[in-house]
Design a protein around this ligand. Structure first.
Ligand SMILES: *[C@@H]1O[C@H](CO)[C@@H](O)[C@H](O)[C@H]1NC(C)=O
Ligand SMILES: *[C@@H]1O[C@H](CO)[C@@H](O)[C@H](O)[C@H]1NC(C)=O
Ligand SMILES: *[C@@H]1O[C@H](CO)[C@@H](O)[C@H](O)[C@H]1NC(C)=O
Length: 490
């Protein structure tokens, strides 16, 4: 009896063991598939349009193409470094198709209307072939991702070769991977937060309330509980009201500093770079020796919240040779001065301000000035595909405020090590550029790619959410029954 029991235990544990192995192998296949998009960009050559004009996933195997018969079907055999006919490396043999995005035709008051564009004849969008409304300059531009992403989606519709794009706009939401909510929320915050005498509420608040009402009433939101929606909230104070209602969606943010963990987090959301304020350093012929300043900092020393380190560091560094601390904002001539300072410095300090992120990091990258980051909670754009330690120096705040620690560390980095980081900076700099039209591997495309990597988990969450609600039931009025998000889901 005892023997029988133990042999059945043995069989059971053998089964368990085999199952574990199988799960392990399966999970590896999954990891291999979703960690592969290369950091630079989806290679232009790696897109393929099939003869019937419908773009599909193509499995490429040693130069032969075979139709994968749909999107992301079987994981292909893993063969390292195989190439297609043009010599383009493909990602594990899967040639990616563009991310399909449905964009709500929101009233222009939510987007280009905020740029003083006057819609004519009931148009919702400007005709960007003839006229592109300008985004206001100055500090507003730091958070202008909303503008560049929206323009890129509009451009995809007039593109000669839509399948060469990273993201395309589709008109039928049931064909879309993700749903884009084109509210220029950072501009709305920057320009319309003040309550004018004749108003009860600021325009920024009114727009947010309207947006929540509109979006949550859409069938697309009801089908997914909002999980596949993209909400732009790059300015840390933008969407202050709406974020608590739209949180099941994917936010595009500068950092998580002012968000509770369940509302925004690195699993669910995407961190996008600030648009840098200083000019890009074109044709940078500087080197270690020609950059005379060792360490450069520009900003205000006294900040609320997490900014205490600034003051400490100022006292530790102010008498060090070749260290430049300059105070004041980036207004007026400040940007030009800061740019000149960063172009002629080896290292640029980034200290947590009142939020963990700041524009300064992206100014340093644009200036090829090696960033020294002292911000324990900073989240960085595209960190899944980019190793910042190759071109940034990270120092814990608790170490940085120790006597001589920081300055000794920086002085210990020699010319060869610095030059390696500088070379890398020049290489990665284009990943942080916003522009229209977007270019291969620029910030706009990198953000679409970050979003594309979220799609499998979004789809899984949507499927999971249907467990206890059966399927979506069409209602008599033509609407669909809502599937609310579980309370602690993300
Ligand atoms: C949208 O796509 C779905 C599925 O492909 C299709 O059934 C539906 O008819 C399409 N709707 C429109 C308005 O074209
Ligand atoms: C950079 O160099 C290229 C080629 O040498 C030149 O055509 C271009 O004008 C330069 N740009 C600037 C801003 O100096
Ligand atoms: C979710 O369900 C759909 C069928 O409705 C299926 O096509 C899709 O692959 C599922 N997604 C995941 C991630 O399992």
């Amino acid at each position: 009896m005892a023997e029988k029991q133990s042999s059945s235990v043995a069989r059971k544990s053998l089964g368990l063991f085999l199952m574990t192995i199988m799960l392990f192998v399966l999970s590896w296949l999954f990891v291999l598939r979703w960690t592969c998009p290369p950091p630079r960009s989806l290679d232009r050559k790696s897109f393929f349009r099939s003869s019937n004009g419908v773009s599909r996933t193509i499995l490429v195997n040693n130069g032969k193409q075979s139709d994968g018969g749909g999107r992301e079907e079987e994981p292909p055999k893993r063969e390292q470094g195989f190439q297609d006919k043009d010599g383009a490396l493909t990602c594990n043999g899967i040639v990616k198709e563009p991310l399909k995005i449905f964009m709500y035709d929101l009233d222009p008051e939510f987007h280009f209307g905020l740029l003083n564009w006057k819609p004519q004849g009931g148009r919702v969008w400007p005709d960007i072939r003839t006229q592109i409304p300008l985004y206001p300059g100055g500090l507003n531009l730091q958070h202008s991702i909303e503008y560049w992403l929206t323009l890129d989606l509009l451009a995809s519709e007039i593109s000669d070769n839509p399948n060469n794009r990273v993201a395309i706009r589709v008109q039928n939401s049931s064909e879309a991977d993700l749903i884009f909510v084109p509210f220029f929320s950072s501009l709305s915050y920057n320009r319309f937060s003040k309550v004018n005498p004749h108003q009860k509420k600021s325009r920024n608040k009114v727009l947010q309330a309207k947006l929540v009402k509109f979006v949550t009433a859409q069938k697309e939101w009801k089908i997914s509980g909002g999980r596949d929606h993209i909400i732009l909230a790059h300015h840390p104070n933008s969407m202050l009201d709406a974020r608590m209602q739209l949180w099941p969606a994917i936010f595009i943010l500068a950092d998580f500093g002012r968000y509770p963990l369940n509302v925004a987090n690195v699993e669910k959301d995407v961190i996008a770079p600030y648009r840098h304020m200083v000019k890009s350093y074109v044709n940078d012929t500087s080197d270690f020796d020609s950059r005379k300043t060792l360490l450069f900092f520009q900003g205000s020393i006294y900040r609320k919240d997490g900014g205490f380190a600034r003051q400490e560091l100022f006292y530790l560094l102010k008498d060090e040779k070749d260290v430049h601390f300059s105070f004041g904002s980036l207004k007026n001539d400040g940007v030009n001065k800061a740019g000149q300072g960063m172009h002629s410095s080896k290292f640029c300090l980034n200290i947590a301000g009142d939020t963990p992120s700041s524009n300064r990091l992206f100014d340093a990258i644009a200036s090829h000035c090696v960033p020294v980051i002292i911000s324990d909670d900073i989240e960085l754009p595209y960190e899944g595909v980019l190793d910042y330690s190759e071109f940034c120096v990270f120092v814990r705040t608790s170490d940085a405020v120790k006597e001589k620690y920081l300055i000794n560390l920086i002085r210990s980095i020699n010319k060869k090590e610095w030059t390696q980081m500088w070379e890398k900076l020049k290489e990665v700099e284009p990943l942080f550029e916003y522009q229209y039209p977007a270019k291969d591997g620029d910030a706009v495309q990198m953000i679409w790619q970050s979003l594309a990597r979220k799609v499998p988990s979004v789809k899984m969450k949507i499927n999971k959410s249907r467990r206890f609600s059966n399927t979506v039931v069409p209602q008599k009025d033509g609407g669909l029954r809502s599937i609310p998000a579980p309370k602690n889901f993300w």
